[in-house]
Design a binder for this molecule. Structure first.
Ligand code: ATP
Ligand code: MG
Length: 476
């Protein structure tokens, strides 16, 4: 019998683990806490407030154990998934996941496993990575004893991502694990072990049987990592990226003509993404960085006078955004529209740099960007990736000036989230007409007059202008 081990974890977790151990003892079932919780403990990043789910594995029925644990905890918040042999208890902001140890293997053509009961070791060897296969016993006589059959602790120390068994078998059983390997390497700044890496390169095409939602869940965790470029570099080198995001792979490459070359837009995009990641945790601003130059390849031209140009890549990239979001299973709501807008507008602040820029150009940008103007400026600043320090400084100063202009125009004209001071109803009343195209036309003319600066952004001025329009439209 193994001696108990001290676990240096929050008291509420310790109590919970002891309770679960005792319930399992009463059923005569071994029980273990496994996976992320144990890994994060040894990584020293067990943050009690951030833990959302804890995984338990038992030899025997996970459902039976979960039912009894729920009773003991005095909760009815239990969900049972008979088909998968799993159960979940929601308890104090925690999702406690219970599963019976399994031996399983997947058929070639689908993710549907054939499942048999197994031992703890059987269960550990079908996990994705050695660092995720660590477990502690929770039964009273062996409480806290570590089971580490695949040297996960050593891999944590050596910062290595490796599968417990032959990587090709691990990835064959569930190809999503290749994405998880990259995700953990990125989040933890670990290195993917050679054999595992080679297996991913070989098996990358198998990702095609995985749903876009599962892929994107891992992808978004990569995007939200401290240095997301690490993850995208791995996705490119392993061949995974082209399986679900070929447009991004196409950004790669440098052309030279007449001794002039353009930058490699794949690595440029990653630099922009990292720059954004330094100033914002917002997933969608990060996605805007990923997408901002996505349409450069088809808009690339060379001319002797202008060198390399990518005219219209902003508009085309915006047009591609819904299509790419749909394919990746990303949301198609306001979050997509926000990304689309930033992609469309990402060159506009640069056009405002020159001294002769009119207030009306600034006003138009504020009108179009609305509340997202600050994020747009963050993206533009992140987009400065020159190696030349002097240039970077110059560009940054230019954007300082643009921001000053935006601020002063904004203060004067209050164009952010602008609403036409004249409503459609008012136009119909003044013109004595029913709803129709004329109403929209008049409204548009008032908007244009304000954006152009022909009239101030006030109700009075807009009303006077409306009277003039009435005259104009009644005489012809
Ligand atoms: P985090 O929750 O911090 O992202 P985690 O390791 O808890 O990390 P989960 O997705 O919650 O990740 O999975 C819990 C555990 O289940 C993992 O630690 C791993 O042991 C196992 N696991 C999850 N997904 C797979 C998979 N596709 N193949 C094999 N094992 C998996
Ligand atoms: Mg987890």
């Amino acid at each position: 019998m193994k001696k108990q081990q001290q676990l240096n974890i929050p008291n509420e977790h310790l109590e919970l683990f002891r309770t679960i151990g005792k319930v399992a003892d009463s059923l005569g079932q071994p029980v273990y806490v496994v996976g992320g919780y144990v890994r994060d403990y040894y990584l020293g990043r067990l943050d009690a407030d951030a833990i959302a789910d804890i995984d338990f594995v038992t030899v025997g029925s996970g459902i039976k154990l979960a039912r009894k644990v729920a009773k003991q905890l005095g909760t009815t918040n239990l969900s049972v998934f008979k088909r998968f042999g799993t159960a979940q208890i929601k308890h104090d902001d925690l999702d406690l996941e219970f599963v019976g140890a399994r031996k399983e293997s997947y058929r070639q053509d689908s993710r549907k496993p054939t499942v048999d009961d197994g031992t703890l070791e059987d269960d550990q060897l079908r996990r994705d990575l050695t660092i995720n296969a660590l477990s502690w016993s929770l039964n009273e006589d062996s409480f806290g004893v570590l089971h580490d059959p695949f040297h996960g602790i050593k891999d944590l120390q050596d910062k290595r991502i490796r599968t417990p068994i032959d990587p090709e078998k691990t990835f064959e059983d569930d190809p999503l694990r290749m994405m998880r390997a990259v995700r953990f390497a990125t989040q933890l700044k670990f290195e993917i072990d050679g054999e595992t890496f080679k297996a991913i390169q070989k098996m990358a095409h198998r990702l095609s049987i995985i749903s876009k939602e599962r892929i994107t869940e891992e992808l978004n965790k990569i995007v939200l990592s401290p240095t997301p470029s690490d993850g995208f570099a791995l996705l490119l080198k392993t061949g995974l990226l082209k399986e679900f995001f070929p447009e991004m792979v196409n950004l790669q490459g440098v052309d030279v003509r007449n001794g002039q070359k353009h930058k490699d837009n794949f690595w440029h995009t990653l630099e922009v993404l990292d720059n954004v990641a330094k100033v914002s945790d917002d997933l969608w601003l990060r996605w805007a960085a990923i997408m901002h130059d996505i349409a450069k390849p088809p808009t690339k031209r060379f001319s002797k006078s202008a060198g390399w140009t990518f005219h219209g890549h902003d508009a085309l990239g915006a047009k591609w955004t819904p299509k790419i979001f749909r394919r990746l299973g990303l949301p198609l709501d306001d979050r997509m529209k926000y990304v689309k807008k930033l992609v469309r507008l990402h060159l506009r602040p640069i056009a405002l740099v020159s001294d002769e820029v009119s207030d009306s150009a600034v006003r138009r940008l504020i009108y179009e960007a609305g509340d997202d103007i600050d994020d747009l400026m963050k993206l533009c600043r992140a987009d400065i990736t020159s190696k030349n320090e002097w240039r970077v400084k110059k560009y940054r100063r230019n954007f300082d000036r643009v921001e000053e202009k935006i601020e002063s125009v904004e203060e004067k004209d209050k164009m952010r989230n602008w609403k036409n001071p004249i409503s459609g109803e008012e136009i119909m009343e003044v013109f004595g007409v029913k709803p129709g195209p004329l109403v929209g036309k008049v409204k548009d003319e008032i908007k244009e007059a304000i954006l152009e600066g022909d009239i101030p952004n006030t109700y009075e001025a807009a009303y006077d202008y409306l009277m003039k329009l009435k005259e104009k439209y009644s005489t012809n």
